[in-house]
Ligand binder design. Sequence first.
Ligand SMILES: CC(=O)N[C@H]1[C@@H](OP(=O)(O)OP(=O)(O)OC[C@H]2O[C@@H](n3ccc(=O)[nH]c3=O)[C@H](O)[C@@H]2O)O[C@H](CO)[C@@H](O)[C@@H]1O[C@H](C)C(=O)N[C@@H](C)C(=O)N[C@H](CCC(=O)O)C(=O)O
Ligand SMILES: Nc1ncnc2c1ncn2[C@@H]1O[C@H](COP(=O)(O)OP(=O)(O)OP(=O)(O)O)[C@@H](O)[C@H]1O
Length: 518
Amino acid sequence: MVPPRPTSPPRTPLREVAALLGVPAPESGPGAPADVTGVTLDSRAVLPGDLYAALPGAHAHGADFAAAAARAGAVAVLTDDDGARRMRAAGTVLATLVVPDPRGVLGHVAAAVYGTRPTPLRLVGITGTNGKTTTAYLVHSALTALGRRPGLIGTVETRIGDERVGSVRTTPEAPDLHALLAVMAERGLDGCVMEVSSHALAQHRVDGAVYDVALFTNLSQDHLDFHGDMESYFAAKAMLFTPDHSRRGIVCVDDAWGRRLAAEATVPVLSLATGDDSADWVVHPDEHDPAAFVLSGPDGVLLALRSSLPGAFNVTNTAMAAAVLVTLGEDADAVGRAVLADPHVPGRMERVALEGGGVQPLAVVDYAHTPDAIGAALRALRPGTPGRLVCVTGAGGDRDRDKRRAMGVAAAGVADLVVVTDDNPRSEDPAAIRDAVLAGVQEVRDAGRDVEVVVVGDRRRAIREAVAAVWAEGADATVAVVGKGHESGQDVGGVVHPFDDRDELREALRLAAGTVAR
Ligand SMILES: CC(=O)N[C@H]1[C@@H](OP(=O)(O)OP(=O)(O)OC[C@H]2O[C@@H](n3ccc(=O)[nH]c3=O)[C@H](O)[C@@H]2O)O[C@H](CO)[C@@H](O)[C@@H]1O[C@H](C)C(=O)N[C@@H](C)C(=O)N[C@H](CCC(=O)O)C(=O)O
Ligand SMILES: Nc1ncnc2c1ncn2[C@@H]1O[C@H](COP(=O)(O)OP(=O)(O)OP(=O)(O)O)[C@@H](O)[C@H]1O
């Protein structure tokens, strides 16, 4: 979806953009009064007055779309030498700014054009493999409960007041990000809570935005298709904790990567840990109630809290949310009350129940799509499941291949029945992906754990078979459908078919209950 733009952006003379970049002011195109009023890196999103950033990509060079951008009203192009050469060869006449690395300067250019540096909003940036979305919703809902007017940018959606725009990426490209921040300021919002992916940090998408507080949740295997190895993945995340990107940070040090980050960050950071009194913020779990805990922090802050979302990891996410709010200067007692507000986090441990109630298994949709998150989600459900715990899982195509087997291991390590199915196979052979997940499940079975497994490629049928398998156990059983969460489509061979796990699970419950015909 195309994100909104500010209604009255300032007019920035092209020569000012050139001066910012330290390059000669280009000749204007035929008759063009070159004032820039917007920026985009997608020729299909160009509005009159835009600077079109023509970037080299994995599949194409943006310069090949410069003529289309000019027809749509772009007043100039920002590109590299190769882009300028391609434009000359194609005879595309448009004022051109040439720099060695256009992606590397784009955030600063967009911030200058949209007037978002310094950002007129309090910014919170959240990074980490798991927990970004959940923590962002927790911070957003608590700030709202405190009477603030925060925006939200993340994997599921962007929220600008009551307006909600579905997301294409977790973190927008720099021109879209700065346009969004300008829109939020224009509409009277006073802050923005956003997820900052490692892709975004590596690709300069958040350049020009400085977070008042940056958060790190955890790091575990994911996205190695993009980063290559864990070291590079960590290095990308660590960029958020440098003065270019944040003023200070809160780092969860429950894993070794967090401990390393707390030591290596070049902005002041406060550590947060569970049960470790040496940290700045300490989560003291309640022995009798897994959702309850006391959070102690700097300056004698002591908050008795309760996570409204299931799972030990949501205790940590809630603690992170409270710590960031106090660090932002919110009154600690008010924060204690505000984080108790029940946030709805779409597709994260989201319960799906049959209308009309009746005895039925606990049915949950969760976005867990890393080995670590699958293990955490299933462990959260285990204690409330005296009967069988079923996990419907698959792995995505064209993404980190290494994690597939590990996802099978994680599911089989906790569940009683694993239903291996498809999850966005994209351009890959779905059967090969299922085989990799199955190999992980088999490894756990070979090691002696008593876990059943079935392979049902068609995700709809897989969900229905999972529910049918444990329906007779009623409320003792749990069905966890993991991987897609809030997503509304299944990508098979580049074609996205409408598919929502929540709707499918509800339908499976109805079928098993016999309230609809098979
Ligand atoms: C791997 C990756 O990050 N790829 C990004 C990259 O794509 P690319 O290099 O393949 O671009 P390309 O297709 O070769 O096109 C080159 C240039 O021509 C432009 N173009 C292309 C066609 C056209 O008609 N007009 C046009 O202007 C493109 O906008 C691009 O700037 O540049 C594109 C725009 O510049 C991005 O949209 C694209 O992100 C894609 C959508 C993507 O899937 N990214 C994922 C991996 C991602 O960023 N994920 C993270 C983390 C999620 C998580 O934590 O789970 C996220 O923040 O979402
Ligand atoms: N702090 C945490 N530690 C481990 N697992 C977590 C944590 N928080 C959430 N999870 C698990 O990870 C899944 C994804 O959570 P969430 O969407 O909040 O993370 P994310 O970082 O936004 O992921 P993505 O960037 O892929 O959207 C959840 O559905 C849950 O199973």
